[in-house]
Design a protein around this ligand. Structure first.
Ligand SMILES: *Cc1c(COP(=O)(O)O)cnc(C)c1O
Length: 460
């Protein structure tokens, strides 16, 4: 018989062994579990995670980009404890509650009421599904049911349910399921690394937009929406682009009668420097998807914000013209309360302004340290900093991840891209430690570069 509640006293090895037996880990090649056993995390505090035996690791990926103000933040903890004693969950069909109402109000206020309505969901991929369905359904209600295809960017990532996966361009996630997926149009990524000699990021943006323009001019009658990750395509290696791209895409969508869906699941909530990434281009999309950081990294919560005019096109006696989509945990009260406490922290901690100083310190120290190393394309947008490693060798991401553990850092490169996306709670001393640890990890990883080996494992 396995022990029933003995998790607090388990050793690292014991939890790792039991995890292998019964937990099917996400985004993990199970065959590598022996070589790369999962870190058994017992607790978190600020930017730190502690394993079962008390060893600590800095959460340099914000736990897959969800954590904003650190683990076990006292203010979020207090808000959740209060909410727990009041209401944990009630269905949002036929009922409503203060946390869901207040969160929708405050988020629309952050868009200057441009996006006045908020539809709740649970995970990021479900928000993408909702935005795709809403866009198609809006056109159908408008008598344009031929508009049913979507345009996505090369290197884009929007989640892994079938609808979200069909607009995702990551072969390792997509290829096995290709027979199940609808066909999306894929257009050029505005990735600034694609600059030709003499070009800047804005030139790449204009070239990419020109390709979209040609497609929309020809096929807008059958296209419902364009979906983009504003400013940073995170999952394919922190590909960054010039805000001008968003401005151009907004104008093209307006001109051709096509919706713009901004997937801000990773880049929203201040990660790129402004609360919404779209603000840096001075535009609003027709649908904006949020998840990951919105609950402070505490609970699964996602939402799709849209214009009142789009919402109003579904207000109809006819059920077929209404948006009847639902998830059981839609608008979960605990998750909404965590989100409200998170929004409070943006104000009380003056987070966006202080993040500018944090980002500047991190970039400067990293730039100095990477001089003469095997690194290209050092880049930063807000609290996302990344560089690409030249001649990484086999299984680079995995080797780097393991070497980082030895430095007390939790990092997961994407292919040959090393990125630093720490929680906003990171202090100056911790920034220095993160940079020093990253450089030491890079050195150690390159020293153990195997001359040959199997194909790279794209840890994400
Ligand atoms: C993570 C992510 C998603 C999917 O969110 P899940 O909560 O993992 O389903 C969608 N789009 C982007 C841009 C993401 O980074």
């Amino acid at each position: 018989m396995p022990p029933k509640t003995a998790f607090s006293s388990s050793s690292n090895a014991d939890l790792q062994r039991r995890s292998r037996l019964h937990v099917w880990h996400p985004c993990t090649q199970s065959i590598r579990l022996e070589a790369v056993p999962p870190l058994p995390i017992a607790r978190g505090e600020g930017v730190w995670l502690f394993d079962q035996e008390g060893r600590r690791y800095m959460d340099a990926t914000s736990s897959w980009w969800v954590n904003l103000f650190g683990h076990a933040h006292p203010a979020i903890n207090d808000a959740l404890k209060q909410q727990l004693d009041t209401l944990s969950h009630v269905m949002l069909a036929g009922c409503t509650h203060a946390p869901a109402v207040e969160l929708a109000e405050r988020l629309s206020a952050l868009t200057g009421l441009a996006l006045g309505h908020c539809f709740y969901a649970s995970d990021g991929a479900s928000a993408v599904e909702i935005a795709l369905k809403m866009s198609f359904h809006f056109w159908r209600n408008a008598g344009r049911s031929g508009k049913r295809r979507f345009v996505a960017l090369k290197q884009g990532y929007h989640g892994e349910t079938l609808g979200a996966l069909h607009v995702t361009d990551v072969p390792v996630f997509r290829d096995a399921y290709a027979p199940l997926l609808a066909n999306a149009h894929l257009v050029a990524s505005p990735d600034a690394r694609n600059a030709r000699a003499g070009e800047g990021a804005a030139d790449v943006a204009r070239r990419a937009a020109a390709e979209l323009e040609a497609l929309l001019a020809e096929q807008h009658d059958t296209i419902a929406a364009v979906i983009v990750e504003p400013l940073v395509q995170c999952a394919t290696g922190m590909a960054m682009h010039d805000p001008e791209y968003l401005l151009l895409v907004r104008a093209l969508c307006d001109r051709h009668g096509v919706h713009l869906i901004a997937d801000e699941i990773a880049v929203g909530c201040g990660r790129t420097g402004s609360f919404f990434a779209c603000e840096q281009a001075g535009i609003w999309p027709d649908f904006l998807c949020l998840s990951k950081g919105i609950s402070g990294g505490y609970l699964p919560l996602a939402l799709v914000m849209t214009r009142d005019a789009i919402h109003d096109a579904f207000v109809d006696d006819d059920a077929a013209r209404s948006f009847l989509h639902s998830h059981s945990y839609t608008g979960n009260a605990l998750a909404c309360r965590a989100a409200l406490a998170t929004l409070d922290l943006f104000e009380s901690e003056d987070a966006l302004r202080r993040n500018r100083d944090r980002a500047a310190r991190l970039l400067q120290r990293l730039r100095d340290g990477l001089e003469g190393q095997h690194a290209d394309h050092l880049r930063q947008r807000g609290m996302i900093t990344a560089f690409d490693v030249r001649e990484p060798g086999a299984r680079f991401a995995e080797r780097f991840h393991l070497a980082a553990r030895a430095q007390g850092l939790l990092m997961r490169p994407i292919g040959n891209t090393v990125y630093l996306m720490p929680p906003y709670a990171i202090g100056d001393g911790e920034i220095d430690r993160l940079v020093d640890g990253t450089l030491a990890t890079l050195k150690a990883t390159m020293e153990t570069n195997p001359k040959e080996g199997t194909h790279d494992v794209a840890l994400a």
